[in-house]
Design a protein around this ligand. Structure first.
Ligand code: ZN
Ligand code: ZN
Length: 551
């Protein structure tokens, strides 16, 4: 939930990215042919001879003052939005033929508001002559409240925006005034049309859908990460390096409300790192992760729960084999709480960034849904954990999800996540093995063990990497067993139950509380009875044949 760009302080204007280690900036390298690159000004450029592109840009700009050249044309769009303004405000402007680049800057007033009252916050984006229809083809980029200026051209665009043709017609600035002060919001947008010959066509470089992998194995991955293409300050190269440093096998790229990063990941993937494409779909009633998008596949976000548009976009993602995952469902920031229900979800992000109280809420809601799904014979919703890391010092991979997959490929990883063959870890230094055994049969995480109702079932977890941690076994009755790990963090805990007693069993490994005690999982009191999460499993389902007539 570190992407609280929609929080009260998130309207601080941020210029185009200037931070970040210079050594990690591909623009520091000599111009070269190949994949798209980000330059120092934060522009996403065609990698087809970067130097030539720059020269072309200069050549096109140079005659601007010369006789015969069309001078820049600036259009001012101003207005006042009252409380109760629409979620999205369309500002049309006409683009004539011969425009090489559209450059936009904007601002709005910030009147003093009483303490506890939200001040003005206004997002911005751009749609081209193909229109602004929900789910339509006109999307050209979105920067939320993160940037005060951006530009789009055929060969390059500010991250968050899509390079491509600047065709004549009616384009639109779209404002998203998501917080309006009692006095209203006065905006001013300046659109500058720069004329000249278009640059070369932008050629995206998408990542391969497969990495080397280890065959059927457990793979670690962070499926919620941001870059300069939305409100993060890390370059994609820095995110890829961070994923490798965190010991991850895969990541999913999930910038808010744009696909502009999709075409830059190609050269950053490798045999050791699978990069899956996605988007964080940031609506006014919660955020969801669209995981496993096809290259350039855009998912619209301009709706609320009341609009009943979400199922349509969830279908769009699932039809392509992707997953729909509500993110940080109890994040307290404006518009971040999940209000769409879980009927169209494939998994839920119960752990987002450092473990906080809203993760406890997400965990409890998820746990309560397990029993209902099992009773109704529906697939249960798997839990996932992701870092949602945007910028330093947020740690990529903390937490992440460890998935049992047939291979290190997009489809296999998505299959594993969909099936709940996964557990959640705060870092790659935590290791865990969790099984249930009965009548000579064994089931692992996300699997089902079918045994006679009263046959003994031995539940076993082996953990390492959590010094002094507390293992909790939980079923549909709540916590039924608690045991501390030794000081070195490595230990095995075994407990016996039956299918008649437990519809499922799952495990948590908690750190000690701030006072160093393990806590008591069944206790009540003003404080949480346990410490932060170190690891968490999806359930093993226990089933007896007498309860399976419906099969
Ligand atoms: Zn996020
Ligand atoms: Zn979010």
């Amino acid at each position: 939930m570190t992407d609280r760009d929609t929080g009260p302080t998130a309207d601080t204007p941020s210029p185009d990215r200037t931070a970040g280690p210079a050594g990690a900036d591909p623009a520091g390298e000599a111009p070269r042919p190949g994949p798209p690159v980000l330059d120092r000004r934060g522009l996403l450029r065609s990698g087809l001879a970067t130097g030539a592109v720059t020269a072309l840009g200069l050549a096109a700009a140079a005659p601007a003052g010369a006789a015969g050249a069309t001078p820049d044309r600036t259009i001012s769009l101003t207005g006042h939005l009252p409380t109760g303004a629409p979620d999205f405000v369309l500002l049309p402007f006409d683009v004539p033929a011969g425009v090489r680049e559209i450059a936009v800057s904007y601002g709005y007033d910030r009147p003093t508001v009483p303490a506890g009252t939200p001040g003005n916050s206004c997002d911005i984006g751009l749609f081209d002559e193909r229109g602004t229809e929900l789910g339509g083809r006109g999307f050209r980029g979105w920067s939320g409240g993160f940037r005060t200026e951006f530009s789009v051209a055929r060969d390059q665009a500010t991250p968050g925006y899509l390079p491509g043709p600047i065709d004549p017609g009616r384009w639109h600035i779209v404002l998203g005034p998501y917080q309006v002060a009692p006095q209203g919001l006065d905006y001013r947008v300046q659109v500058t049309l720069r004329f000249g010959a278009p640059g070369p066509e932008f050629t995206p470089s998408y990542p391969p859908e497969r990495a080397r992998g280890r065959g059927r194995a457990w793979y670690r991955g962070d499926s919620h990460l941001h870059t300069v293409h939305s409100d993060g300050r890390r370059l994609p190269a820095e995110v890829a390096a961070g994923a490798r440093a965190a010991g991850l096998d895969f990541i999913v790229s999930t910038d808010h409300n744009t696909t502009s990063s999709h075409g830059v990941w190609g050269p950053l993937a490798g045999p050791d790192l699978l990069i899956v494409l996605g988007e964080e779909v940031t609506t006014r009633n919660g955020h969801w992760l669209a995981l496993g998008l096809r290259p350039g596949q855009f998912v619209d976000w301009r709706y609320r729960a009341r609009d009943e548009a979400f199922p349509r976009f969830a279908r769009q993602v699932r039809r392509q084999g992707g997953l729909v995952v509500p993110a940080h469902p109890y994040c307290p920031y404006v518009a971040c709480q999940w209000k769409f229900g879980y009927a169209d979800a494939d998994a839920v992000e119960v752990w987002n960034g450092p473990w906080t109280y809203d993760d406890e809420s997400a965990l409890d809601t998820w746990d309560a849904q397990l029993s209902v799904a099992l009773r109704e014979g529906r697939p249960w919703l798997p839990a996932v954990g992701n870092s949602d890391a945007h910028s330093a010092p947020q740690v990529i991979g903390s937490p992440h999800t460890v998935v049992r997959a047939e291979d290190l490929s997009r489809d296999a990883i998505l299959d594993g996540l969909r099936a709940g063959r996964s557990w959640l870890a705060e870092s790659a230094s935590v290791q865990l093995d969790f099984t249930a055994t009965g009548q000579g049969r064994q089931a692992g995480i996300g699997e089902q063990l079918t045994v006679p109702a009263d046959a003994p079932v031995d539940v076993r977890i082996a953990v390492s990497g959590v010094p002094g941690g507390t293992v909790r076994f939980l079923t549909d009755e709540g916590q039924l067993h608690q045991e501390s790990l030794p000081a070195d963090g490595t230990g095995t805990v075994v407990w016996r139950t039956t299918a008649s007693l437990a519809a499922y069993v799952r495990a948590e490994v908690r750190h000690t509380r701030a006072d160093g005690t393990p806590g008591r999982g069944n206790a009540m009191g003003p404080d949480l009875p346990w410490g932060p999460m170190a690891a968490l499993t999806n359930p093993i389902v226990l089933r007896s044949p007498t309860r399976s007539e419906d099969r």
